[in-house]
Structure formats: C-alpha cells, structure tokens
Ligand binder design. Sequence first.
Ligand code: F6R
Length: 615
Amino acid sequence: MCGIMGYIGPRQALPILLDGLRRLEYRGYDSAGVAVLADGRIETRKAAGKLAVLESAIADRPIAGRAGIGHTRWATHGHPTEANAHPHGDCTGRCVVIHNGIIENYLPLRERLQAAGHRFRSDTDTEVVAHLIEEALEAIPSGRPDRMEAAVREAVRQTRGAYAIVVMSADDPERIVAVRMISPLIVGLGPDETLLASDIPALLPYTRDVLVIGDGEMAVIEAGRVTLADLDGRPVARRPEHITWDAAMAEKGGYPHFMLKEIYEQPRALHETMMGRLDRDDEVTLDGVALPEDLVRRLDKVWVVACGTAFHAGLVGRWLIEHLARVPVEPDLASELRYRDPLIVGRTLAVAISQSGETADTLAAAREARRRGSRVLAVTNVVGSTLAREADDVLFIRAGPEIAVASTKAYTTMLVALQMLAIHLGLRRGTLASARAAALIGALRHLPLQAQQALERSAEVEVLARRWVGAEHAFFIGRGLDYAVAMEGSLKLKEISYLHSEALAAGELKHGTLALVTPQTPVFALATQRTVYEKTISNIQEVRARGAEVIAVAYDDDAEIAKYAQTVLRIPPTDDLLAPVLAILPLQLFAYHVAALRGHDIDQPRNLAKSVTVE
Ligand code: F6R
C-alpha cells in the first residue's frame, strides 16, 4: 500500500522524508510527493513515477524547513499522475493531507463540498479530507488551542473507511496531526525530534523507540513529544516499544517472508475488496463497472481470460456466474486463446483477470476479445496498469501490493471480486432471487473474520508440512468448486516447494492417474461442496484403498470426514459458493511451510518472475 513519512524536529525535514520514503519502496508505489513547512508557508513537490523523478523535481526547486510530510502513492482512486499524488491541499493551500487506505464515502462528500464552493484539483478520495478540515476550521474560533485536532476529528467523523491520515497546517506549524482508522501508523521517538511512518523500516535509522497508534486514535506530534487521544479527545496512555528487528525483517512486518506476510494480510485485504460494495443486502455496487442494461440482460456469453493463479480464480468465477446469472461462461487460458480461432456469438462480455494488469498473454487476449467485438471488463489489482487503462470496465481487487512471486492475497481477493460480480449480474438479470442474494452478501461479509480464524490454525499445517517435507509427489482432488481450488493448491505447492504435484477432478482419478497413487503420495481432498459430498467421499475411498494418505479440507461442522481422511484441515463453515476463499488458506500455508523447511527462496522461486510481460 501507500507509504507515509513525517518529521518534526531540529533537522532539515526533506532529506529525512525522502530517506524514509525510500525505505518504504518495497511496498510498491506509482507516484510520490512531499510537503515542507517553510517560512510560514507550505511548499509541495510531487511527481508521477519513482522517487528519483520526485528528487529531480526537488533538485530544481529545493525546500528548507524543519517539519514535513511525505507519501508514496499506490493508486486506488484516480490514475497515478502528478495531480493525484499526495499531499493534497485545501482551497487555501495552508493545510495539506496525506492518506493511506480508502475513504469509502468520498463521492457524496466531494459532491457536497463542491456544491459549497470547494475547488478540487485531483480525482482522489484523499482530497475530500483536506476540504473537510478546511470547512471545520472555519467553524472553530481561531484562538482555540486544540483547533487543529478539533477540525481533524470533525473531518474524520464524516468519513467512513479503513485509512490513516496525516495533516499539517501552516497556521499550526509546531505540530502534525495523525489519525489511524485500521491502516497502520507508527510514531518514532527521538530525544528532540518526532517521526511518523506507515511502517517501521522507515523509522529505524532515526530511532528504535516507537509508539504504535491504535485504531480510532489521534496522535499529535511535536518536536520530541507525542500526545495520544481517542476520537473524543480523551487521552490515551501507551508505553513506547523498543524495536530489535533488523531492517530486512522490519520490511516484512516481522514475518520471515513476504509470502507469509501476504497470507496473513488476507483478512484485511478481503475486507477492503468488499468495502463500499456490499452496503445493502439487495445490491452489489461495483465502482468502475458500468455495464449497459441491454448487454447485461441479453448476454450470450461471458469469456474469462487469464493465466496461472488468475486463471484458477476465473474457474471459480465461471461456476458462480453460470450458477447465479445463468449465462454460459467460457474460461480460456490467455496464452491459448490467442492461437485458436475463437467463436464470438452474439453479445459477449470478456472478463480479463490479472493481478499485475501487465501479463502479456492476458493483455493480448483482452485485445483479441475486443477486436472481435466483446466489451472487456478487467479484474485487476493495479490502478493505472495497461489492462486497467485499456478495459471498458475495471473491478479493482484492492489487495494492496503483492511482492512475493507466489500469489496469495490477490487470488482470494479475485475470488471475492468475482463472487460480487456474479451476484451483481444475477440480480440485474433477474436470475438470482433477492433472498438468496442477501444470504450470499451476508456470508461474504463474514469471510474476513472466518479467514482470520482459518489462519489461526497454522500450527497444525506446519506439523503436516514436517511430515511430508520429503515427499516427491502430491495430488489434489476435488469436485466442482473444490476442483478449482485443488488446481490453485497444487500450483502453490509446485512453485515454491518444487515438489511435483497434480490437481485432478476427483472423478477423473480412476481414468488413469490412480496408477501413480502410492502410500508415499499425500492426497489432498477438498470436501466443501455439499451437493457432491458423497461422491467426493467415494473418491477418497478409492485412494485410501491404494494405501495413500488423505488430508481433507473440510468445514468445522463436518462430523463425517474424519472417518475417511487421516488428517482434516478445518475451515469455518460458509456458503458452498464462497468456500474457495477459505479452503485455499490451509493449502497456501502448507506450500509455504514445506518450502520453508526445504530452505527455498520463497519470495523469489527459481525460474519465476512476478510479472510475466513476455509471451
Ligand atoms: C502464481 C502466480 C502466477 C500468476 C500469473 C498471472 O502464484 O502468481 O501464476 O498468477 O503469472 O499473473 P497476473 O495475475 O499478474 O496476470
């Protein structure tokens, strides 16, 4: 996600801000900016692209001052341009804001503020905060000592979402005000200076004494001093912590690898994917998607194009769209589609899925679909990516930057995006009853917490990984949606543990592959789909009869499964259509632990790259 850095103290702020931002670069960003308090005024410099571009803009026009804030932006609202880079100012230019996360209700706020005469200079959700503070300041008498805090509190009161904001005002030059609403924010304490950052690595060269701002808390930082309060202004007492991690560990939030960090980020990422989209029980609001009524109602086909993990997400999407919206769906590996002569019949919607939005084959397939007359809807993580720019509609998965090559949080957030799309299409086409939609929406809202519960069982998975670390082959079987998850579980294991594995539709085993099953082969059987549960059990018995050991992935309330499988990895019960989001979690952890025990380079597995921009 975006990076935040702030400084107030006796030194020049600018070099410290730039150094901190550089230490946050690993999080990914597409534009950057700084604001420094200089001689009673705020000077801002911003640039699209890497920090080097910002630095050369600053070299042309340097700024001196002892308080400042800086930001690296990973675009969520509005393209990654200089105008959309933070900090954002109010109409007077005397107050600036930087922000991580999403202001969910920014659109009605922006409309109201514009109607009241506020001038907006960017497309961001962030800018509303600057104008809300400006509006609040006008209503507070100028002599009041906590005027700034009161104005920020009033702005926060009007916004919804998961975010962190940092505010600096030329009218209150001795302090910087910060609020955390879920998105992390940390204060660094020096003897006569104070720093702020969204992540610990940015602070480590300056101090190892930090104070983590809690959810719903405000920090007022002054040189060498910090005051914490809740949003009603009541003081909060907290002791600073002393950080002993080295810089590399700090970048990973204390996790040994980015992959593990990203696995554990999934509950929050899922929450962000749904944010603002599931506010009602009878509707799914998909910002960025404006499919014409006629196309939705009279769709003849949905064409899913993607590669690798994104393709596996597409297979789940196929199931859901066919089931809920009653449209035939054809999933195509993007690399294959280009070289056949696909038939486009009637009205087709192409859904191109890609975390990076830069995968060469997926881009080419989306272009081919467009050339043949399809409208293209992109499901992607990266705002401003080629796919996002070229598509007619874009559904952002909002997973945050994914650094490990093996995709985890992008997969589960793609699943939720596709589940929401399927419900949206089903409701608009009249093929999905509103009561069923409400049940699905309710179950979706539970997923972040349930994902958290599933991940808390990591210790059992680690024990299993120790047992199988020496295996040479593994199989993953399942039926229906479980088969799609089996494919993703198998890919995760292959790419980081280098253990050979294969996913099979459970009913296909006896048509050949059963010959390979031996007591040395672990067989992961996914058993979450209640309509085919008995059939899956029969397939489990087939492999058990060949001496294989079966590890099932099943719901907590499944009392039967332990009779058939030697090990059961449990997940909280949900609607079967949503089960893939939870069922993949123990499989991601298994792949991770096997690879860790084998001593592999988990974040950068051999022969693989994060973004495949060649054919
Ligand atoms: C596997 C993995 C790859 C990608 C594939 C497509 O963990 O990450 O299989 O899913 O290369 O990448 P995107 O989604 O960026 O198009």
